[in-house]
Design a protein around this ligand. Structure first.
Ligand SMILES: CC(C)(COP(=O)(O)OP(=O)(O)OC[C@H]1O[C@@H](n2cnc3c(N)ncnc32)[C@H](O)[C@@H]1OP(=O)(O)O)[C@@H](O)C(=O)NCCC(=O)NCCS
Length: 432
């Protein structure tokens, strides 16, 4: 990043020089960090649409062109040649691992797969029908109780043990998820197996039985790897910005990641993949070919879930990759899902409809990911949890950027107050 020039702000007859920062790819920002001190004024940007909240080296997105890169590597190349664990390493540590580094990281994940046995009692105390995202948030936060040496709540202490904490989180999140699934169905808990790779191990904990080992088709583990890899990071989205906010207070990695889980849950963010399937199912059940639903969306009565994005004003590059992978998965497994046909029809109709074209609304990553997860056998109420497993490396990388900063500064936005001016307290008998 270089400070090349200055912009000038005029306010109440005075001029203020604002340094201009240019990012690696030419993104331009006025640095206002000293604006209030110098002028008394602040900027107003509800929803942060025009605000760079940090400088980050993790992910680059160019929404107009549909570009996404992790640590400089195009998502298309990572999707084709890498897998989730390697990409997680890249996102967290900044470089593709050597063979030795990759093996060491995998070993650390394997060692950290089981959860503390006493955590099982925690699961048991939750209602059977608890939403998996509520459980996940609670369990990720609870890791700080069981592994306190990884959650000292000092940036110095926690960054000293960073490798172990990161591996603990990335590995245990899948054990927690599978355990929650088994318990919600009254099924015996299946423990992780050392010999299995990350995705195969997760599917084993989900679908094996004590008397029958789940045979994971190669196409299924490839599909799951791809889904997780495509979700690994997405710069300053709602949940990642939340993780950074919490991390800035000095909170440990588990507490910060748990806040990310909570932020992800909403339907405008990670909850969209579930909303897409619900929408497709409704269209199917109504005997609609999609045209009635599109007409309603154009009248503002509903939204075409899995379409549109705050940043992408072009095809979400992840949607292109996942759309193709979805076809391949269903074809190879011999699954006929009527929801895929509806999704394809909706996509074609929307892409040629002026309403969507003018507003630059294209399919996003959630449009096809749910159909893939259904084909794998993952229940719909777990879709957002799968997103969380995928996003964990991103949250870890961003926590580290905040925690390892030389002089961490707590994030603390300001506001424009629009409430009442100062007024006198009225005793209750005088309030009418
Ligand atoms: C993602 C999303 C929240 C981004 O919202 P945003 O950047 O704030 O965009 P806006 O809400 O300002 O929408 C701009 C215009 O497009 C329309 N629009 C946006 N997304 C739409 C959708 N999915 N279906 C129909 N119309 C949509 C809005 O109604 C608005 O139209 P108007 O200008 O006539 O009022 C939004 O596109 C959405 O709700 N998509 C569906 C949910 C989803 O898939 N989320 C996952 C994101 S990865």
């Amino acid at each position: 990043m270089s400070d090349t020039t200055h912009a000038t702000l005029q306010l109440a007859g005075k001029q203020y020089a604002l340094p201009v920062f240019i990012g690696t790819e030419g993104e331009t920002a006025f640095d206002i960090t000293r604006l209030r001190e110098q002028s008394g004024a602040i900027t107003f940007d509800e929803g942060y649409g025009n605000t760079g909240s940090c400088a980050s080296t993790v992910t680059y997105i160019e929404g107009e062109k549909g570009i996404l890169r992790y640590r400089g590597y195009p998502i298309e190349q990572l999707a084709e040649y890498s897998h989730f664990v390697e990409t997680a390493y890249l996102v967290i540590y900044g470089e593709l691992p050597t063979r030795g580094q990759r093996a060491k990281f995998s070993d650390l994940l394997t060692e950290n797969a089981p959860i503390h046995e006493r955590m099982v009692y925690l699961f048991e105390s939750y209602p059977r029908d608890a939403h998996p995202m509520a459980l996940l948030g609670a369990m990720v936060n609870a890791l700080a109780c069981y592994y306190p040496h990884l959650a000292t709540n000092t940036h110095y202490g926690d960054t000293d043990n960073f490798d172990e904490a990161a591996a603990t989180l990335i590995s245990k999140v899948r054990t927690i998820t599978a355990m929650a699934y088994r318990m919600s169905r009254g099924l015996p808990v299946i423990y992780p197996k050392r010999s299995l790779k990350y995705c195969e191990n997760f599917l084993h904990m989900m679908f094996s039985d004590p008397y029958e080992h789940y045979q994971c088709p190669e196409v299924v583990s490839r599909a799951l790897n791809l889904i997780l890899l495509l979700h690994a990071d997405h710069e300053q989205n709602c949940s990642t910005a939340t993780v950074r906010m919490v991390a800035s207070s000095g909170a440990n990695l588990f507490a910060s990641a748990a806040s990310g889980v909570c932020a992800l849950w909403g339907p405008f963010h990670g909850g969209a993949n579930q909303a897409v399937i619900e929408m497709l199912q409704t269209i199917h059940d109504d005997g609609d070919d999609g045209s009635r639903f599109i007409a309603s969306a154009k009248q503002g009565k509903c939204r075409l879930m899995g379409f549109g994005h705050r940043i992408y004003r072009n095809y979400d590059p992840r949607a292109k990759i996942i759309g193709k992978a979805c076809e391949e998965l269903l074809r190879t497994l011999g699954v006929q899902d009527p929801l895929l046909d509806i999704a394809r029809r909706l996509e074609q109709a929307a892409l040629s409809d002026n309403y969507f074209v003018e507003r630059k609304l294209y399919p996003n990553v959630d449009f096809y990911s749910g159909i893939m997860m259904r084909a794998i056998g993952i229940p719909m109420n777990m879709f957002t949890v799968m997103f969380a497993i995928g996003r964990m490396p991103g949250w870890v990388a961003h926590w580290r950027e905040v925690a390892a900063a030389g002089r961490p500064r707590i994030y603390r936005p300001r506001q424009i107050y629009t409430g009442c001016s100062c007024r006198e307290y009225l005793p209750v008998e005088k309030r009418g």
